[in-house]
Design a protein around this ligand. Structure first.
Ligand SMILES: [Zn+2]
Length: 631
């Protein structure tokens, strides 16, 4: 290369603030002098990723991924260094030396963007697009939406895009084929003319953007009553290309992500026009899959922007498979899933057109958490089936737990307890009875297919169902949630944090800024701290009453009440929080130290140097040890 790449990289790095760049990929919240977010490189359930504006680097305290702005973009976008350099240079408006041929991936983006613009101009101006404009107008989409989402039209001729490409500079057939816009003819058709044909013909074009708003592919919808409508599928998406992965992308996410942080949810609908119509009337946190069912990859993306996902089902489709799949996902991931049901025979677009955006907002507001929804549905199906029916309901839910929730981590144990508590509560059964049944089913599964028969026919191992519910005020039972937890006491600073916050809830926002949920090592404390944070984020009272209203299980509420009792005796909560935060900071420093030792032993010099810098920094923040109260 004939130019100094090193100085170009330096220039680009200086122009790319790491907080702004990472913040464009995921939600970051300030935490002291740092920023925190959910790590995109591992299955993160708490914000483990810290971004340091001063050192311009990032680190995940859970998976260990770390580096500068280039590392982040390379890892996130799966690019090599040169490609990341180009991407960041583009973003910063820096023109790199032209002698560089440029990365192929950047060129693919360019070609896709070019094609989107061609289709868009066609829809806006071309006489060929008359019926397409008419159709979109009929569907209630405004000109502003059409322009804002660069909707387009692909004419029917079959070589329209090829013709446009022949007139444009730098658009090769090879690249158009690579991004899935044209395909090679085969067989006899080949003799008729060109080697290639347009893949999108006589369709409305919906450019599909990734989470940061780059066009990566296209969805095409047929116009009703056309020849294409009779031949092909209603919707047609780009095939998977180096840029476009159908099973991962979510339509509208680039527009919905910021609104999601504010609204506290993302709603998942089915069609592109549903998303557009919702956005058009101001209901922004709405996205759609590319015609596939919600899967783990979607969830990983959604979790970067929200903790709560609302699946919007048709009245008739909300049945068996959709909800059951949703429950499986709920169990496998750290995410809140709720189910919203549309009125009979309407999709969101119809609903908004006929009854206005308020009606759709109401549908979302009425969403029920997935487990409650499924329990209600099963109970409705089994309503006249007596004891056997009730057993089937219990086994159906516990069966999902056995298959999808590996017992192991504290988080999974908490989730399991919450499910058992809700099941016991709904079925009016002692917690211990439900837990025993879960153990039976787990053992049956572990023992293999022979005894799995027992699992399938609950009658062979009847549940001791009481005829009357147990008295409400009886003392905690054996199987009660709190007694399932390890008996080890929580570290003092963790216990004090909860005492303080439950007694003085107004300190919660400050505490959340200083101490991350995953810094609490004791499961009960961590669960309470997280629930308080969630209540606060939803604008609900983050105190003992709030916990109760949110359906927190009784054993935890009791624990919270006794912590509050202690906390109320402390008269200077502000100073107290400072001392507690310092204790957490020292723990953090200790963890870093251990990590450095590990890295030093592994002779990983680069990471060790960076960690040493961090230690000095953390040490400064934490202050000298020994300044917290003991009790
Ligand atoms: Zn990580």
């Amino acid at each position: 290369m004939g130019y100094d790449r090193g100085s170009q990289a330096k220039l680009v790095k200086e122009a790319s603030d790491i907080v702004a760049v990472i913040g464009s990929y995921l939600a970051l919240t300030p935490a002291g002098s740092l920023y925190k977010g959910l790590c995109p490189f591992h299955h993160d359930s708490r914000p483990s990723l810290t971004v340091d504006p001063k050192w311009q680097n990032f680190r995940c305290w859970a998976c260990g991924k770390h580096g500068d702005v280039f590392t982040f973009v390379q890892e996130f976008e799966k690019l090599d260094f040169r490609e990341a350099l180009h991407l960041l240079a583009n973003r910063a408006g820096i023109k790199l030396d032209e002698s560089d041929p440029g990365p192929s991936r950047a060129h693919l983006y360019e070609v896709v963007r070019w094609a989107a613009e061609q289709y868009h101009q066609c829809l806006l101006d071309d006489v060929l697009a008359e019926s397409a404009r008419h159709y979109l107008g009929q569907r209630g989409l405004t000109g502003k939406t059409v322009r804002g989402y660069t909707l387009g039209y692909a004419p029917a001729s079959g070589d329209w895009l090829l013709t446009q490409a022949s007139k444009a500079a730098g658009i090769t057939l090879q690249t158009l084929e690579e991004v899935g816009l044209i395909a090679r003819r085969s067989g006899p058709a080949r003799r008729a003319g060109s080697d290639y044909y347009d893949r999108f013909r006589d369709r409305i074009i919906f450019p599909i953007r990734d989470a940061r708003g780059q066009v990566v592919g296209f969805g095409g919808r047929v116009l009703p009553g056309t020849a294409a409508a009779q031949r092909g599928p209603k919707y047609y998406n780009s095939a998977d290309t180096p840029l476009f992965c159908k099973s991962e992308l979510l339509y509208g996410l680039d527009r919905a992500r910021e609104a999601a942080a504010q609204a506290g949810y993302l709603a998942l609908v089915e069609g592109y026009t549903d998303v557009l119509m919702a956005h058009q009337c101001g209901v922004l946190p709405v996205v759609a899959t590319m015609g596939t069912a919600l899967n783990s990859k979607h969830v990983q993306q959604l979790r970067r922007f929200t903790q709560r996902v609302i699946l919007v089902f048709d009245a008739d489709a909300g049945g068996a498979t959709g909800v059951e799949r949703a429950l499986e996902i709920l169990l496998r991931h750290e995410i809140d899933l709720a189910i919203a049901t549309l009125p009979e025979g309407m999709d969101p677009c119809d609903l908004i057109l006929r009854e206005g955006p308020e009606a759709f907002r109401q549908v979302l507001a009425n969403a029920v958490d997935a487990l409650t929804y499924q329990l209600q549905r099963l109970l409705r199906d089994e309503r006249n089936q007596g004891v056997a029916g009730r057993q089937r309901v219990i086994d159906s839910i516990l069966g999902l737990v056995v298959t999808n929730l590996a017992s192991g981590s504290d988080e999974q144990r908490v989730k399991e307890e919450l499910i058992l508590a809700q099941l016991a509560n709904t079925m009016d059964l002692p917690h211990s009875v439900v837990r025993d049944r879960l153990t039976q089913l787990r053992q049956a599964k572990a023992a293999g297919p022979a005894s799995a028969a027992a699992e399938r026919s609950p009658a062979s191992q009847p549940l001791p169902l009481p005829q009357t519910p147990p008295p409400a005020d009886q003392p905690p039972r054996q199987g009660d949630a709190a007694s399932q937890y390890p008996r080890r006491p929580a570290p003092t600073h963790e216990r004090e944090l909860l005492e303080l916050l439950l007694a003085h809830p107004s300190y919660l926002p400050e505490a959340m800024g200083l101490i991350a949920v995953d810094e609490l090592t004791h499961p009960i404390g961590r669960q309470l701290y997280q629930m308080l944070g969630e209540l606060h984020a939803r604008g609900e009272p983050a105190d003992v009453d709030g916990l109760r209203l949110a359906g927190c299980e009784p054993a935890l509420v009791r624990k919270a009440m006794s912590l509050r009792e202690v906390g109320l005796h402390n008269q200077a909560p502000g100073d107290w929080l400072t001392r507690i935060a310092a204790a957490f900071a020292r723990q953090r420093a200790k963890r870093t130290q251990l990590e450095v030792q590990k890295h030093l032993q592994a002779a990983d010099h680069a990471s060790a140097v960076e960690l040493l810098k961090r230690i000095q920094q953390v040490g400064r923040v934490a202050g000298p040890p020994g300044s917290t109260t003991g009790g």
